[in-house]
Design a protein around this ligand. Structure first.
Ligand SMILES: [Zn+2]
Length: 133
């Protein structure tokens, strides 16, 4: 008789990315859902931010996101895509975020907490200091 291993289900919202392809697929999926142009997704090491979006439709995601729970990466992806609809973080931006990710504020908070404990925060500060000079 075949041995069947039953994997316990992962807690929802705290899942991890399978790989870079999984995260790339999520970015494309969210673009379709939001109704913006599907971006070219580049995943690479970034020193001072989680992600960036060019108006030409290129989304760059920090490889560090792969080490965080999926819901945080999803927040970053949706944030960048919503920028195609609203360039700043004003009222319009927030209403789109509420529409697509009702719990986005909680996710943002969790991401900031992770950030404070990571190298990204150190790099961000160093970057701000060199800009001030
Ligand atoms: Zn932004």
């Amino acid at each position: 008789m075949k041995k069947v291993t039953v994997q316990p289900p992962l807690p929802t919202g705290r899942e991890c990315w399978l790989d870079a392809e999984d995260m790339r697929w999520a970015a494309k999926h969210w673009a379709v859902r939001i109704g913006v142009k599907v971006p070219i997704v580049v995943i690479r090491q970034m020193r001072t931010k989680w992600a960036s979006m060019s108006l030409g439709g290129r989304m760059t995601l920090n490889t560090d996101l792969l080490t965080l729970p999926k819901d945080l990466g999803e927040f970053v992806i949706v944030h960048e895509l919503v920028h195609l609809l609203a360039p700043n973080h004003g009222k319009v931006f927030k209403s789109f975020m509420h529409a697509y990710l009702p719990d986005w504020q909680g996710r943002e908070k969790a991401l900031r907490q992770r950030e404070r404990a990571s190298l990204l925060a150190i790099n961000k500060q160093a970057n701000a200091r060199s800009r001030d000079r």
